[in-house]
Design a binder for this molecule. Sequence first.
Ligand code: NAP
Ligand code: GCO
Length: 266
Amino acid sequence: MSLNRFSLDGRVALVTGAGRGIGRSLAEGFAGAGAKVLVNDLHPEMAAEAADAIRAQGGTAEPLAFDVTDTAAAEDVVARVIAEHDRIDILMNNAGILIRKPVESHDMDDWNRVVGINLSALYGLSRAVTPHMKQKGRGRIINTGSTMSVSSRPGVISYVAAKHGVLGLTRGLAAELGPHGITVNAIGPGYILTEMNKKVLGTDLEQIVIDRTPLARWAAPEELQGAAIFLASDAASFVTGQIIVVDGGMTTNVFLTESVDLGVAS
Ligand code: NAP
Ligand code: GCO
């Protein structure tokens, strides 16, 4: 075993939604830790560009474009990966979307689309890799949740429900797959500067997030790499069924950060 328990040398990792944003950053992080990364995205050109960028930095990566909600395609991809690489050590279920609408206009199409991508697809891909990981006696499944896995806010009801579901999926799979040497965990990003939040930057929400976050800022996608690499590595060999919330302290903070000196005896 490597002296560096955080190393991913020799591991094969599939990262979904990795054409940009958090997923791309996680793919880069896994590659930097030594993994061969299969870069998934809905868009072939985005997957290819992200994989090219990882190789240009000396990492090992190849694109693997498919729609994570297409269970048959996902199962076919996993079978091809195992046939070609004889292993898939890490499944990083990251792809996700968000719809911001009040309940009265947040219709069932919205609900089904968000739950399909943010929750059902994670189950489909986890099912696809489980037989192989069981045969190997080891595996890492990491799900991208959110602060909305452990809290909520108005206007994103399908997202809150799906992300709470991600936590339940994580815990349920951890319970069932643990005896087979497979750990299942989640990361819960806070407010991250990605395309998903492009529409809220410049609105009141941008400052509200800062005011509610003890670290008083939004985060960069690469600030999620550490938690994901840890969970993917031997360093987390006895960690399963957990969520690592990476939110600058937001979900532990009941006061506006600017009021931090209120009620403190001077
Ligand atoms: P992003 O910038 O929108 O990137 C997500 C990527 O996934 C996009 O390239 C997207 O393609 C792709 N994707 C969407 N549907 C897909 C599908 N069916 N199959 C394959 N790929 C698909 O989002 P992000 O901010 O990086 O978020 C990534 C994950 O982190 C999501 O699960 C999100 O819920 C979660 N998260 C984000 C934040 C945040 O503040 N950004 C915080 C907490 C959790 P399209 O361009 O077609 O959508
Ligand atoms: C929003 C944001 C959040 C983040 C994230 C917070 O509109 O509130 O997009 O939902 O994406 O989920 O953890």
